[in-house]
Design a protein around this ligand. Structure first.
Ligand SMILES: [Zn+2]
Length: 387
C-alpha cells in the first residue's frame, strides 16, 4: 500500500522549526515536545499545529542531511559577516576534531550501527553504537560546533574525520588555520592530509609515537624552560624545540612543545598544601614564526573545549545523545540540529544579551525562559500542566 503521508520536502520547513524549538527549549524527547501541542505558540511559530512525535521522527529520517549542514553554515556566515567570530589573541583560528559516541545498546541496532564485542562474565556480548567525528571552530570568546560525520560500520574514527575535514575544507575554506586533535591524530597520513590542504596540524603527543616521546622527554630534561612564569599559586614552564628527527615519515625535523603546569592547592581534609602537576606535550607543523610557544600551548589546551564546552554541554544540557529515532539519518539529523541550536544559543547569549542582562543569569535560566514561553501559551487545563 503506497505511503500517502506528507512527503518530507513539503513539511521540512515546519519540522525544522519544530526541532529547533525541541532543542532550544531542551525538552529531551519528542513525546515531551508533543505534550506542548496545545500551546498557541505553535500556530504563531509554525502557522499550523505541531506535527506528531511520529511525524517529526519520520521526516527527520528522510531529511537531506546537507540541508541541516547548510543551516549550520548559514549561522557561521552571519556571525562571520557581523565580525562576531574573531580569533584568539594569537591570531590563529583553530578547528578541533574529536570522536563522540552518542548511543550504545545491546538490544537495538540499525544499518548504521557500529558494533563491538564485549567480554562479560556471562560470555561475549555484541554491543551496537553510533559514533561521530565532530568539528569545532574555536574563536576568541565564541566557538561553534561546525559539523559531524558518522563513523561507518567497520571503519575507524580517522576515516570519518577525513571525510569530515574534506567537507569542512569545501564549506569553510578560510574559517580555520590549524587543525588540532588528540593523540590519535598524531598520525602520518593525517598530518600529511592537513598540511596538503594548506593548513597546520597539531596533536597531543603520547605513547603512540614512542620514539618521539622518548626523545622529547630526554631533551626537555636538560633543556632550560623557554618560558618560565610564576603566577602566584600557578607555575607554568614551557619547553619548545623543532629539531626532533624521530618522526622521519612526516618530516626530517618536527616541533614538539611541552607544558608543565604546577598548581598549589590546599587539601580540604587536612588543610595541607599540595602541588598538582599537569604535564602535556604536543607535536605540530606550526613553525615558531607562525605560533609562539605560548600560542601552541593555548591551542593545545583549547583542544579540550570540544569536550568541556562541546560534548559535555550537548549531552548534559541539550539531550543531544537521546535517541529521538533509531535510524541512521534521523540520528545524524537530530545531532546536527543539537549543534546548530547550541551555536545559535551561544551566539545569542554572548552577542545579543547585554552584559547587564547576562549578569547573574545562567545560560540554563535563559533556556528555561524559552521553555516557559511554550508553556505559558498553553490554555489552562490540568492535562497540560508542565511536568
Ligand atoms: Zn543504530
Amino acid at each position: 500500500m503506497p505511503d500517502t503521508r506528507l512527503r518530507p520536502q513539503i513539511v521540512t520547513g515546519v519540522i525544522v522549526r519544530a526541532v529547533v524549538i525541541l532543542f532550544l527549549s531542551r525538552r529531551g524527547s519528542l513525546n515531551a515536545l508533543e505534550q506542548t501541542k496545545p500551546s498557541r505558540f505553535w500556530t504563531r511559530w509554525l502557522g499550523q499545529a505541531l506535527p506528531s512525535a511520529d511525524s517529526i521522527g519520520r521526516v527527520c529520517s528522510l531529511m537531506d542531511v546537507d540541508h541541516v549542514r547548510a543551516l549550520v553554515h548559514h549561522v557561521y556566515s552571519r556571525l562571520k559577516r557581523m565580525k562576531a567570530l574573531e580569533p584568539p589573541g594569537h591570531g590563529l583560528m583553530l578547528a578541533v576534531v574529536d570522536g563522540h559516541e552518542t548511543t550504545a545498546s545491546r538490544k537495538r541496532c540499525c544499518p548504521g550501527c557500529c558494533q563491538r564485542v564485549l567480554h562479560t562474565q556471562q560470555g561475549d556480548v555484541v554491543e551496537y553504537y553510533h559514533r561521530y567525528a565532530v568539528l569545532r571552530l574555536v574563536g576568541g570568546d565564541l566557538s561553534l560546533m561546525l559539523d559531524a560525520e558518522p563513523v561507518r560500520p567497520g571503519e575507524d574514527e580517522l576515516a570519518a574525520s577525513r571525510r569530515l575535514l574534506e567537507r569542512a575544507l569545501e564549506m569553510y575554506p578560510r574559517a580555520f588555520d590549524v587543525v588540532a586533535g588528540d593523540a590519535l591524530y598524531a598520525n602520518t597520513e593525517w598530518f600529511r592530509f592537513i598540511t596538503g590542504q594548506g593548513k597546520q596540524a597539531l596533536a597531543v603527543l603520547k605513547d603512540n609515537r614512542p620514539h618521539l616521546v622518548e626523545d622529547a622527554r630526554t631533551l626537555f630534561e636538560v633543556l632550560p624552560a623557554s618560558v618560565d612564569l610564576d603566577a602566584g599559586r600557578v607555575r607554568l614552564r614551557y619547553w619548545d624545540s623543532d629539531r626532533f628527527t624521530s618522526w622521519p615519515d612526516l618530516a626530517p625535523q618536527v616541533r614538539v612543545v611541552r607544558s608543565l603546569e604546577i598548581r598549589t592547592v590546599r587539601r580540604q581534609l587536612d588543610k595541607q598544601e599540595e602541588d598538582i602537576a599537569s604535564d602535556w606535550m604536543w607535536v605540530t607543523t606550526l613553525t615558531s614564526s607562525q605560533a609562539s610557544t605560548r600560542a601552541v600551548v593555548n591551542m593545545g589546551h583549547e583542544r579540550w573545549s570540544i569536550e568541556n564546552q562541546g560534548f559535555n554541554e550537548l549531552v548534559n544540557r541539550w539531550h543531544a545523545d537521546h535517541v529521538y529515532k533509531h535510524q541512521p539519518t534521523a540520528l545524524l539529523v537530530f545531532f546536527l540540529f543539537a549543534l546548530l541550536c547550541l551555536n545559535v544559543f551561544m551566539a545569542f547569549y554572548r552577542r545579543n544579551l547585554k552584559p547587564a542582562a547576562r549578569h547573574g543569569v545562567s545560560m540554563l535560566h535563559v533556556a528555561q525562559l524559552i521553555a516557559a514561553e511554550l508553556y505559558s501559551a498553553i490554555p489552562d487545563g490540568p492535562a497540560w500542566a508542565p511536568i
